[in-house]
Design a protein around this ligand. Structure first.
Ligand SMILES: Nc1nc2c(ncn2[C@@H]2O[C@H](COP(=O)(O)OP(=O)(O)OP(=O)(O)O)[C@@H](O)[C@H]2O)c(=O)[nH]1
Length: 334
């Protein structure tokens, strides 16, 4: 592919040119050192044009209906005049293998909707790397005029926390379950949720879904108490039949309006920026440490001694850090 210069990228993104938006995201996702500088220059130019979108995380276990939901929900939003971008954080993704086509077939209507842009999760790398690429893609999408950003994540592992750290509101999709449904949803994920929707409330399952929503709402009231700033509503919907999606949107908007009017939205986003800064420092530092020749040389022997019980973990950690710092310490008096 021919190289594109900074001005072409900036203008193309601000004009909402799809091909350039896609190329810009490929650039910010790239981990190649020669792309990094240009990507950061681009993001610096785009940053003042970003920040106005509603950022919504969508999570739920595999099979809950996330793709079906986002397809129907996004289509409803574009019919209301919104421009919708779909991003994802799923570092374990083998589903699409990073192929855009893979995700496009999962969201048939949105994929061909001119007011929507569906981008699959960058599939390579650590959670930190994938989350960084998604956060930066968000800046590109907002600068390109998308005013609703849906960030999908699969309901396992640490990815929900990473997504909650980059959105304004977090939607958890769940299913009606028999027995104690709270056991079926990880408590940590419940704590992240601002809105919960029991999906597949249709056909023979509709009654179960309504009952499950009521039961979960009761359990949550106990968890959150009366004085909470926001009590997550538990709704029911059918992604397949596009039923109840307007209520989900209404409640997400209510949550965001409350955040905004109380000054919490601006504070949340500022805190997220600072949090991301340190998350990147941690990732980068750990990457450098693992790649450090002195650490690589010392580590196998130290690990062996720890395994044999001849060295405490604390001492081994000290030595690994000493090996790392020894190499990077200023060489002034060496
Ligand atoms: N009855 C019913 N089925 C649904 C609904 N939403 C999704 N499904 C079905 O549930 C299955 C899983 O839906 P997906 O949208 O692929 O679910 P997902 O959560 O994206 O799953 P992964 O791609 O595995 O993460 C599919 O067979 C859908 O047709 C719904 O509202 N009602």
């Amino acid at each position: 592919m021919a190289a594109i210069d900074l001005d072409t990228y900036v203008k193309g993104v601000l004009d909402g040119k799809r091909a350039l938006v896609a190329r810009a995201i490929t650039l910010v996702e790239s981990t190649r050192p020669q792309h990094r500088a240009l990507a950061q220059e681009l993001l610096t130019e785009l940053l003042p044009h970003s920040g106005r979108a509603r950022r919504i995380g969508v999570s739920g276990v595999p099979g809950v209906g996330k793709s079906t939901f986002i397809d129907a929900f996004g289509t409803m939003l574009t019919s209301l005049g919104h421009r919708v971008a779909v991003l994802a954080v799923d570092p374990s993704s083998t589903r699409t293998g990073g192929s855009i086509l893979g995700d496009k077939t999962r969201m048939e209507r949105l994929a061909v909707d001119p007011a929507a842009f569906v981008r699959p999760s960058p599939s390579a790398g650590t959670l930190g790397g994938v989350a960084k690429a998604t956060r930066e893609s968000m800046v590109v999408m907002e600068a390109a005029g998308y005013d609703v950003i849906l960030v999908e994540t699969v309901g396992v592992g640490q990815s929900e926390t990473a997504v909650a750290d980059m959105v304004d509101s977090f939607l958890l999709l769940t299913l009606a379950r028999t027995g104690d449904q709270l056991q079926g949803i990880k408590k940590g994920v419940l704590e992240l949720a601002d809105v919960i929707a029991v999906n597949k409330a249709d056909g023979p399952h509709e009654r179960d879904a309504r009952a499950a929503a009521r039961e979960l709402a009761g359990a949550l009231r106990l968890m959150h108490g009366k004085d909470a700033f926001w009590s997550p509503p538990v709704l029911h919907c059918s992604a397949r039949e596009a039923a109840g999606l307007d209520t989900v949107w209404e409640r997400l908007e209510q949550h965001r309006t409350l955040l905004d009017s109380t000054g919490k939205l601006a504070a949340k986003r500022r805190d997220q920026q600072v949090g991301w800064t340190w998350a990147m420092v941690r990732d980068e530092l750990l990457g450098r440490l693992y790649a450090d020749p002195a650490v690589r040389e010392a580590a196998p022997e130290l690990e062996r001694q720890v395994r044999q019980g001849r060295l405490t973990a604390t001492l081994a950690a000290d030595r690994i850090l000493a090996a790392f710092e020894g190499r990077t310490a200023p060489a002034a008096d060496a």
